[in-house]
Structures are given as C-alpha cells and as structure tokens.
Design a binder for this molecule. Structure first.
Ligand SMILES: [Zn+2]
Length: 309
C-alpha cells in the first residue's frame, strides 16, 4: 500500500478525524486515502450521516460497531448480563434505524456499503479493505459503463469543507466485468438449514455447486423485498426475512457479486424445486460436507463456526 499523502494533507486529515471518530473508521479512511480516493466524512445532510461518502462512486459507507448495531451472530456482539431488556431494546431500535436509513439512501440513488468492526480485525482487515476497493471499482464501472469519466464537475459543486483529495484515483481494472448486488436466504427450519444445489450453469465454476437461494436486487426494491420475491419465484416458498447475517463480495472470473445473506425462517418445508437441481436440509455443523459455490462458501463456513441460534 503506497501512502500518497503530503505532510499538509496528512495534517489536515489528522485534524479532521479527531473527535467523534472511532478507530475502525480511521482505518478505512486511511486505506481509501492511500488508494487515492476522494471523499467526505460524517455527511449530516444525508440520512444516517454516512461515515464516508464517495460521491463519484455514488456510495455511502457506514462503519458499524458490532455491539451498537447488533451484528447478528457476531462474536463481538454479546448483550450485557444486566439490564438485558434495556440493551436489547436500544440495539433493536438501532437496527431498525439502520434498515430505514439504508433504504432512504438507496431511494436517493446511493449505493450503501456497511463494514462491520469485526471485519476490520487484524486477521481479516486486508481482505475486507481489498474487497471494498474492488466493490467500489465495480460500482464505478456499473454506473458509468463506457461513457467515460464525467464525475469531476459533479464533485466541484460539492467542494464543502470536509472534502479532501488524495492524488489520482486511477481505476485499476477497466475490463468489462459485470457487478451484481444479490441477496441470499439462509433458511432455517427446526435447526436445519436449506442448502440448494444448482444444475448445469453457463459457468463451470457454479455448475452443480451448493448455494443459499436468492437473486438480484431490482431497482427500487429493498434487499428484504428482493429476497422474498426471489424465493417466491424460484421455489414458490414463503419465508420470513429475519436479519442480515453477513455480506460477501466475490469476484468470479466473469462477474462480481456483492451478496447480502439474510437469516430467514420458514413455517414448513413445502416448496417447489423450479430452478435448482437438488436440495438438502442440514444442521450447521455439517455444512462443510457440501461443495459450495465460492461466494457462498464463506457464509457456510461462518454458519458452521458460529452455529445458528
Ligand atoms: Zn461483527
């Protein structure tokens, strides 16, 4: 990682990031600065006051503490032993607000990326930040297609006091490579999880692999709505979407996806196999016995390690 900041820029940056700013936020900002990104921080005029706003990328980034935002099934999220109902209420209100804010921002045309505190722990930090850069590149390509670079004027009109620039933001990879925002359902019924096997697909690396069912989020839909629609269309199955479990960005050879995987529940096991080849209900402890699609594998692994509650 090259540090492209001049001493003056660094001073400005350090002055700016003191105060209400938390350590994980600083980490992400420093990384983005060094990679040449230009952004604004703590943007109060937008819903939820995004921690980082990359206008050129139409992207708002939130860096969420796992406790305050109730990161589902996260080792860093444990309710205190006393005043349980007080904390539970407080965190549930925060979660509801997060969902509402995400939707408001999406309605305003922003992409929303949430980075969790636990994803910035030393072991996984670089992977998370690399995946963030890649996602931003893909968002840029998706928004701009072949039309080239027109965002400069847009940014000039917004040159508020909080905007800081660090060098050129050169896109590393201009090859056409579609980016999709998808959702997946981790459907639980009586302590077992529904694992769907795909049939033969266009790409050898997804053929006959297991996955959590779901699909693409359409414009104007919330992730939850997209998931319910997809599961209904694909499987004629009505599920309840409970909470976000984790988000994975994976680069396949021909496309990249950012997949939000939600914990879901179902009243029964009555669905129709329309698009898939086969399925299995398995306890989380046996998920590693299946051959998962690469994007789904980290989700299966996290479920196996953390268990389901
Ligand atoms: Zn977490």
């Amino acid at each position: 990682m090259t540090d492209m900041m001049t001493p003056e820029q660094r001073t400005r940056c350090m002055q700016h990031i003191r105060g209400s700013n938390t350590k994980p936020e600083i980490l992400v900002r420093k990384y983005l600065f060094a990679a040449g990104f230009r952004f604004r921080v703590n943007v109060r005029r937008l819903p939820g006051t995004p921690d980082i706003l990359l206008r050129k990328y139409k992207t708002a980034i939130f860096i969420n503490g796992c406790f305050w935002h109730g990161h589902a099934h996260c080792p860093l999220f444990r309710l205190p032993k006393s005043n349980v109902s007080f904390w539970k209420n407080k965190i549930e209100r925060n979660q509801e607000r997060d969902i509402k804010v995400n939707q408001q921002l999406r309605d305003l045309g922003w992409n929303v990326i949430t980075i969790w505190e636990c994803q910035l722990k030393p072991k996984v930090r670089l992977q998370t930040l690399d995946s963030l850069l890649h996602t931003l590149d893909q968002i840029y390509l998706m928004n701009h297609g072949q039309k080239g670079y027109t965002a400069e004027e847009e940014c000039a009109s917004l040159a508020a006091e909080t905007e800081i620039q660090y060098g050129n933001n050169q896109l590393k990879d201009m090859t056409p490579h579609p980016y999709y925002h998808v959702v997946a359902a981790i459907i639980q019924h009586h302590d077992e999880l529904l694992c769907m096997q795909r049939g033969k697909t266009r790409f050898p690396y997804t053929s006959f692999k297991y996955e959590f069912p779901g699909g693409k989020v359409e414009p104007g839909e919330t992730s939850e709505e997209a998931l319910q629609r997809e599961i209904h269309e694909e499987m004629d199955y009505d599920i309840h979407v409970d909470s976000l479990f984790m988000t994975v960005t994976h680069e396949y050879p021909d496309f990249t996806i950012t997949m939000e995987a939600f914990l879901c529940s179902a009243k029964d096991r009555c669905f129709t196999l329309r698009e898939h080849h086969a399925y299995q209900w398995l306890p989380s402890s046996l998920l590693d016995t299946l051959d998962w699609a690469a994007a789904d594998a980290p989700i299966a692994q996290a479920l196996q390690e953390r268990g389901i509650q």
